[in-house]
Ligand binder design. Structure first.
Ligand SMILES: Nc1ncnc2c1ncn2[C@@H]1O[C@H](COP(=O)(O)OP(=O)(O)OP(=O)(O)O)[C@@H](O)[C@H]1O
Ligand SMILES: [Mg+2]
Length: 239
């Protein structure tokens, strides 16, 4: 079995008194892509916030390549090679495209892949290269998503967490983003891809975890889910 890149064990997470994650455990193997699915409010983003140290869990543990990072501050988790592409992009709209990349630059952990720099990000996303001097707030939704991905890559992570990168994008642009994610997987990155639409992840994911009301409802390989046997509508609605 591959080494674990990221493991959550028995996570109990709260926002104030609201108990949002209950006994959440899952494992991302090194070099694999895990699709994290669930309806609105299922707890997907909360899992990402717990994973990167933005929301310390009340119980349970988080491990990155076997080292416990539970309750470490976000910068310490980032220093261990975990980067998040947050839901809604959260790029710096009043900085230029290039400045957005440079604020995140870090030598990081890149091993098999040549290190990510502004130049290698621009080579991957030529449309960002053309707009490198423009304010990021003027980019289209798809370009902003590419910039958010590029910014995360600038930290040269070992584990990349992507929270609904397809949200609000036209189908053609979603296809481009998915092609990018496929390339990143081929480069050896370990990836969690959060999505609501299972169709987008089944062909790209190795493993699937489905959250339902803050609990893990299904853990499976993508292969097994594709061949049926699990009633996805029960957990995800109709697609
Ligand atoms: N900052 C917050 N304070 C209080 N409650 C929150 C906060 N963020 C999320 N919640 C609640 O926690 C639950 C899980 O939210 P979360 O954002 O993790 O869901 P999600 O699966 O990412 O949903 P979506 O697909 O809509 O992004 C929801 O009931 C949500 O209302
Ligand atoms: Mg979310």
């Amino acid at each position: 079995m591959a080494n674990s890149a990221l493991e959550l064990h028995g996570i109990e997470a709260y926002y104030g008194d609201s108990h949002v994650l209950q006994q959440v455990s899952f494992r991302l193997g090194e070099g694999r892509l895990l699709g994290l699915l669930g309806r609105n409010g299922a707890g997907k983003s909360t899992c990402m916030n717990v994973s990167v140290g933005l929301l310390p869990p009340r119980a349970g543990s988080v491990e990155v390549f076997g080292a416990t990072v539970t309750r470490l501050p976000p910068e310490s988790v980032a220093a261990r090679g975990v980067a998040l592409v947050p839901q809604g992009r959260r790029i710096f709209k009043s900085l230029t495209v290039r400045e957005n990349l440079m604020v995140a630059a870090h030598a990081g952990f890149a091993t098999s892949h040549e290190p990510w720099t502004a130049d290698t990000v621009f080579a991957m996303f030529p449309r960002l290269a053309e707009r490198r001097g423009q304010l990021a707030g003027y980019l289209s939704g798809g370009e902003q998503q590419m910039l958010a991905i590029g910014r995360a890559l600038m930290a040269n992570p070992r584990v990349l967490l992507m929270d609904e990168p397809s949200e609000g994008l036209a189908p053609q642009v979603v296809a481009e983003v998915m092609a990018t994610i496929r390339k990143l997987k081929e480069s050896g990155l370990s990836i969690v891809l959060v999505e609501q639409n299972p169709k987008l992840v089944f062909d790209i994911a190795d493993d699937i975890v489905i959250l339902n009301s803050g609990r893990v409802a299904v853990v499976s390989t993508a292969e097994q889910l594709k061949s049926g046997g699990v009633d996805l509508r029960q957990h995800l609605g109709v697609f």
